[in-house]
Write a new protein. Structure first.
Length: 207
């Protein structure tokens, strides 16, 4: 009998408490990645990235179950976000200036050869418009601060301002990496006020 792995439970990083900043250590993790820029609500790049990353994620899951007898739950959509002027992301919310990398976590037993095989399968079926731009890369965030935000994405700004300007400096930390979001809810089927999103910021200790 094939045992199904739930990476969310194994990693212990996907259940932060609402309204409470937590300092965690994130191990190096491998992700499917697609880069882009622009407003995620209107950008064809963003839509195409999501429509590419999930077919490959599921192809890898089925390959793993079939060939390795190791099944697992496909992880939720994640993304890194930044802007040349970070105010465009936090307070001004000028989405046209946003840059992003769409992510999907894969288990550590998935090799580059598995990715190549799954990519060939997805390509043969069509419908993954940015497949040639997709890559697999290890993200090593290390020490990070995260919090569970419940509500619309546009309501994140005050939380991010408190994180960046109050909690991090008062904890003797400084920001080191890109803002990371983990989407626990399906935005197509969930009311905005009920969306559950993990907000994560890599940090380092101030000497």
């Amino acid at each position: 009998m094939t045992v199904k792995t739930d990476l969310k439970k194994e990693l212990g990083l996907y259940a932060p408490r609402r309204g409470r900043f937590e300092v965690v250590t994130v191990p190096p993790l491998r992700y499917l990645m697609v880069d882009g820029h622009g407003d995620p609500n209107t950008s064809d790049e963003y839509r195409d990235a999501v429509q590419t990353i999930f077919p490959l994620a599921y192809a890898l899951k089925f390959l793993s179950k079939r060939s390795l007898d190791r099944d697992y739950t496909v992880m939720p959509l994640e993304a890194l976000w930044w802007a040349d002027d970070m105010a465009a992301f936090t307070s001004a919310r000028n989405k046209s200036q946003w840059r992003w990398t769409v992510l999907n976590l894969v288990p550590d037993w998935i090799t580059d050869a598995h990715v190549e095989e799954a990519t060939a399968t997805v390509r043969s079926k069509g419908g993954a418009p940015r497949l040639d731009e997709l890559r697999v890369e290890t993200l090593d965030e290390g020490l990070s601060v995260q919090i569970l935000h419940v509500g619309s994405y546009d309501d994140e700004a005050p939380v991010l301002a408190e994180l960046h300007d109050v909690f991090i400096p008062e904890a003797g930390l400084r920001m080191t990496g890109r803002h990371h979001e983990i989407y626990l809810s399906d935005a197509r089927r969930t009311a905005q006020e009920k969306l559950r999103t993990i907000l994560r910021q890599p940090v380092s200790r101030v000497d």
